[in-house]
Design a protein around this ligand. Sequence first.
Ligand code: AFD
Ligand code: MN
Ligand code: MN
Length: 424
Amino acid sequence: MFLEKYSIEKHNEVSLKDHQRRFSFISSEVSNTENILKKLIDFQVAIPSWALGTGGTRFARFAGGGEPRSLEEKIEDIGLLHALNRSSGAISLHIPWDIPSNASHIKALAAQNGLRFDAMNSNTFQDQPDQELSYKFGSMQHVNKEVRKQAIDHNIEVIKYGIELGSESLTVWLSDGSCFPGQLNFRKAFQNTLESLQEVYAALPESWKMFVEYKAFEPNFYSTTVGDWGQSLLYATKLGPKAYTLVDLGHHLPNANIEQIVALLLMEQKLGGFHFNDSKYGDDDLTVGSIKPYQLFLIFNELVEGMDARGMNHATDLGWMIDASHNVKDPLEDLLQSVEAIMITYAQALLVDRKKLVAAQQENDVVTAQEILQQAFRTDVRALVAEARLRSGGALHPLAVFRGEKIREQLIKARGAKTVATGL
Ligand code: AFD
Ligand code: MN
Ligand code: MN
């Protein structure tokens, strides 16, 4: 389905006066409004193709209805999100869940929806029906060279699909590790993984980046072969300048200081990509900003500070992606909430008075430093984010339009109540 421009405009008209009042208030509070608006308009977050259907746990999956049945319908869904918020202009694909059998057709469809292809994701954490060798005991770390070769070949195939679509990065997340002490030799597992990654790295086109995603636990529970940012950085450094670390917010041990990790990776020019989500206990893949919004702000604060220190372009120099799963919400509504949370937090991070913060740090004025950060965090920037959307043709209130236009109902009518999107 395609959302007509006039239906967004119709909704905007109703709340325009109210919005203008709020926007003029925040404009009077903030000194560099136009500059911030420009940055917000440029900032795009990629939607993962696996987040458009209902997720599940290892206990159950409760499908929601109207889920996309094909890659075409996934692109259509992201097109809807992007039409509403103008900040979801990219898609991150997962192979083999979304093999583009006709790449030029898929590329054209994405372009029609104003979307580009962000990082391609490989999958060696599952066995596919037609697969020769099993990944039960790992993929790139495997003791058997043949299994490692199969994993390498798969990643090279993913790069090929990516080239056809105009993507420029590959995200490798390995579930490799061990469940019990003694199951594997840590050093050998690392070396096998490094050698395998090196072969994939050698197949990367000149302009491409490789993101090495780490995760501390699950599905392996004793050790993970890319277990934390230190290990990821080790691989990325040994691989070369095209390899970077990818930070997924849900992949840390409890209470990890993610903002510090981000700051140091940026300092080393080794932060490449980002997976947004939120969590209470582990890799919960909950809506961004739903549990720990202040932590998200502190992370964004370091991202902005670190990127500015290196003269980086906020919108294009890092891969910004959501990695979420929805068990009880409508996936599209959840993604609208996630993107909104990202934009709000980014705007707040742009408000931080950096000069004053540096001075406070220099004076060891801890109280003032905290005041400066919380002044930004406690500013209601929603009207700024809405204004950025309005100026780029989006909806003042995306969620309200989604419900008002009965988009889910229309998708169910077109696709059926019992569709299940590809994914886990
Ligand atoms: C995993 C990782 C990774 C991967 C995804 C697959 O976060 O990014 O691509 O889930 O569903 O937990
Ligand atoms: Mn992830
Ligand atoms: Mn994850």
